[in-house]
Design a binder for this molecule. Structure first.
Ligand SMILES: Nc1nc2c(ncn2[C@@H]2O[C@H](COP(=O)(O)OP(=O)(O)OP(=O)(O)O)[C@@H](O)[C@H]2O)c(=O)[nH]1
Ligand SMILES: [Mg+2]
Length: 403
């Protein structure tokens, strides 16, 4: 029996696929959704993921056929996946991805085991308070049964004391399509988080683009599109919205940020067009803005809300922070101690989907005051990822909260 899912009544969950480079995240995503998300020319050339990838699926369950995405049985979950890059230079991208999800799949290749970005991504999930984690022990087709058991034990040990401690570990071959239904089953067990639709809307922009094909007639042109997730509230077609920090404008050798006010022209969840969106799923907002203002992710990192509801943007920030004991994400060095923060040091901060660089002005009792290069929309208590430049690479060294 086939049932077309009514997605408006279907529980939705957002899941990031994280893990070390080449462990098979994008291959797994293709198995889970049917979509290959590495489409940018540089990604194709280098065979690695560079930008966040997006693909959705609906998981069905049938008493005889089990869990599937072939529309067999009853629709159980709408899932929006975000595919993270595993490359050590792209940690900031992974953190932006972690800001827009509820749960995670951590992919660990059985033939390689735990690697620096396995640990760094796990710490990022922990710091972002993502507790629902599924471990995929991938590439089991490349190892013997004994090696698979050994790798399983090593994984179990490495997860002890972390947020992944009680996570299910599923042996998988993404390439051969082995045990994919087990992943669906675990996804369906995850409780969808409470969705606060009555609150003031907060939409985090993770990407922005121009969806017009070359040669489109002017009357058929679409406005700039913002892709991301709705953390709180509801948005409807026709609503007035405000986007902050907004447009970046260069004026007399100074960069200024201009808040944008516009209206919602259309709303989308995956391939579905909706009149209203509520939290859950990868969503996009078509605005009345000129298509060029959304080009090339120029508005990613922004926050959208109802007019005059967002906090003032700030360039000075205070964060209460905790540093990790060791540098975990570096391939070139074995674990080394994280040195304390120093004044005048430049750090990379990741706040929601935005990434900024800040210079430390003052340090007192685990509170750092920084002056930021790109302003942020501050929400009190919001999580901030702190990265230090180590040998030319930004390594995650700790986390903080905006005070
Ligand atoms: N044998 C085998 N190879 C796999 C499996 N899954 C992925 N691969 C291969 O591993 C390589 C890397 O796969 P990707 O899916 O691009 O890995 P990734 O984790 O997305 O890599 P980044 O996005 O760059 O971090 C490719 O050559 C895949 O074909 C698997 O289950 N078995
Ligand atoms: Mg990939």
């Amino acid at each position: 029996m086939t049932k077309e899912a009514n997605i408006e009544n279907l529980e939705t969950i957002n899941i990031i696929i994280a893990g070390h480079i080449d462990h098979g995240k994008t291959t797994l995503l293709q198995r889970l959704t049917g979509k290959w998300t590495d489409t940018h020319s540089e990604e194709l050339k280098r065979g690695i993921t560079i930008k966040l990838g997006y693909a959705d699926t609906i998981i069905y369950h049938d008493a005889k056929e089990g869990y599937n995405r072939e529309k067999k049985g009853t629709p159980k979950r709408y899932v929006s996946f975000v595919d993270a890059p595993g490359h050590e230079m792209l940690m900031a991208t992974m953190l932006s991805g972690a800001a827009i999800v509820d749960a995670a799949i951590l992919v660990i290749a059985a033939n390689e085991g735990i690697k620096p970005q396995t640990k760094e991504h796990l710490m990022a999930l922990q710091a972002k308070n993502i507790k629902d984690i599924i471990i995929v022990q991938n590439k089991i087709d490349l190892v013997t049964k004994e090696q698979a058991i050994k790798n399983y034990q090593e994984t179990k040990n490495a997860l002890k004391g972390t947020v992944g401690e009680n996570a299910p570990i599923i042996p998988v071959s993404a390439q051969q399509g082995v045990n994919i239904e087990k992943i669906y089953e675990e996804i369906c067990k995850i409780k969808t988080p409470p969705r606060h639709t009555e609150k003031i809307p907060i939409f985090l922009v993770a990407r922005s683009f121009d969806i017009n094909k070359p040669g489109t007639k002017p009357e058929n042109l679409h406005g700039a599109v913002l892709g991301g997730t709705l953390k709180l509230g509801k948005l409807r077609v026709g609503d007035q919205i405000e986007i902050k920090p907004g447009l970046t404008i260069k004026e007399a050798n100074q960069i200024i940020y201009k808040t944008i006010k516009t209206k919602i022209k259309s709303l989308h969840k995956g391939n579905y067009e909706l009149k209203e969106i509520t939290p859950g799923g990868s969503l996009s907002i078509e605005t009345e803005l000129d298509m060029s203002s959304g080009k090339a992710d120029s508005l990613s990192g922004c926050v959208v809300s109802a007019p005059d509801k967002l906090p003032k943007i700030i360039s000075e920030i205070k964060i209460k922070y905790t540093l990790f004991p060791e540098i975990i994400g570096s391939v070139s060095q074995t674990n080394t101690k994280v040195e304390p923060l120093k004044t005048t040091e430049t750090m990379m901060l990741s706040v929601n989907t935005s990434v900024t660089v800040g210079t430390i002005k003052k340090l007192t009792n685990s509170v750092a005051e920084l002056s930021l290069k790109i302003p942020i929309v501050p929400f009190k208590g919001e999580n901030v990822g702190i990265a230090r430049n180590i040998n030319g690479h930004w390594r995650l060294i700790g986390f903080g909260k905006i005070v």
